[in-house]
Design a protein around this ligand. Structure first.
Ligand SMILES: [Zn+2]
Length: 179
């Protein structure tokens, strides 16, 4: 687990395949059973992954600044803007009687899942709720707080939520036993 401050000690995103697996789990790609990296040439997957990491770093800079109550850095926003333009250029605007939506075909483009993420990030940045973006109090992740009174302090109940509850319990116990 990363410390909240200081250098990043663990790289959670270490290959394109891992990114593809995450996009499947997160529902970013339409068909989770067919990750786009299957049968992709190695060099193409490596190049796509370099792009994924660069965009991830830009998003991290931008959303971390917002989570800390600061303005996002202009250089990262500019790079995000360029990625968004590329995403839209590679997407399709499709519509029916209910309305229109952008779609990226993950079957033919290794970067399609990334464009979906970039478009969602820009949607969040421009339409909010950016004031619900928070840093986890336990690890280095950032999350959107959907709790009723905006009081959540950790990214996921399963790990950081439990870790914080255990830490609080141990602190209360040590205080209770203090002479
Ligand atoms: Zn966390």
């Amino acid at each position: 687990m990363w410390p909240r401050h200081g250098p990043v000690t663990t790289e959670w995103l270490s290959s394109y395949e891992e990114f593809a697996a995450w996009t499947s789990r997160a529902g970013v790609v339409a068909d989770p059973s067919a990750p786009p990296s299957e049968n992709a040439p190695r060099a193409a997957a490596l190049a796509a992954f370099a792009r994924v990491q660069a965009c991830r770093d830009d998003m991290d800079e931008i959303f971390r600044a917002l989570a800390d109550g600061s303005a996002p850095p202009a250089a990262a926003l500019r790079r995000m803007q360029l990625a968004y333009v590329e995403a839209l250029a590679n997407g399709q605007l499709l519509g029916d009687t209910q309305g229109c939506a952008w779609r990226w075909d993950s079957g033919s483009d290794l970067l399609a899942p990334l464009w979906t993420v970039v478009a969602a990030a820009v949607e969040l940045l421009t339409h909010g709720p950016t004031d619900h973006i928070k840093p986890c109090h336990v690890c280095r992740f950032i999350f959107i707080d959907h709790s009723k009174n905006s009081s959540r302090r950790w990214c996921r109940m399963d790990d950081c939520g439990k870790a914080e509850k255990i830490a609080r319990y141990l602190q209360r116990r040590s205080e209770a036993h203090r002479p």
